[in-house]
Design a protein around this ligand. Structure first.
Ligand code: ZN
Length: 184
């Protein structure tokens, strides 16, 4: 190859990226270019309401343009899944399903902008509250669990109610089962 041609090629790759790389990138992001991606969800995050809620929150981003969902028989029909699609519908965010077998990697959902945004943090940041507690936000929990929240996650203290005398008297069952394994 001529020196000049080589230079031309470098320049082009610098601007557009190598075609091969772009193809692989699109494979990973369900057919979308990385530069348009706002948020992603991975396969193992789909059943965790903390991630689902994080994604739904991202729908409010004014740049949110379309949602791509990789089809998964196991996911369809689940509570989390309908919560996600209902939220997209109510926020008038169009979504498309893509064939599971066509793409590689563990990315299951991609939220994109209309144009290139080069978003850096595309992973969903979740609440540090353990899942068992997160699933019961707003509920009445036992004294021990309540004290754990006060001590370890004080910002969430107002999000729970502490079981009182009467509840205990009538055989109150704390909903945070993970905290009571083997004790009940
Ligand atoms: Zn408890």
């Amino acid at each position: 190859m001529q020196q000049e041609d080589k230079l031309q090629q470098y320049l082009q790759q610098g601007i557009l990226g190598t075609p091969e790389l772009k193809r692989e990138e699109r494979q990973q992001y369900l057919g979308q270019f990385r530069e348009r991606v706002l948020k992603i969800m991975r396969q193992n995050e789909l059943r965790d309401p903390r991630y689902i809620d994080g994604m739904i929150k991202a729908f409010d981003d004014p740049r949110a343009y379309r949602l791509y969902i990789r089809t998964d028989e196991q996911l369809q029909g689940t509570l989390e899944f309908s919560k996600l699609t209902r939220a997209a519908q109510s926020k008038k965010l169009p979504f498309s399903f893509v064939d599971r077998a066509t793409y590689q990697g563990d990315i299951a959902i991609v939220l994109v902008a209309e144009d290139a945004v080069d978003e850096v943090g595309i992973e969903i940041k979740i609440s540090d509250l353990p899942l068992a507690f997160y699933q019961h936000l707003g509920k009445t929990i036992c004294k021990d669990c309540y004290e754990k929240i006060q001590k370890e996650f004080p910002v969430y203290e107002g999000k729970f109610k502490k079981a009182g005398f009467w509840q205990k008297l009538f055989g109150y069952q704390c909903p945070i089962e993970e905290e009571h394994r083997g004790t009940t």
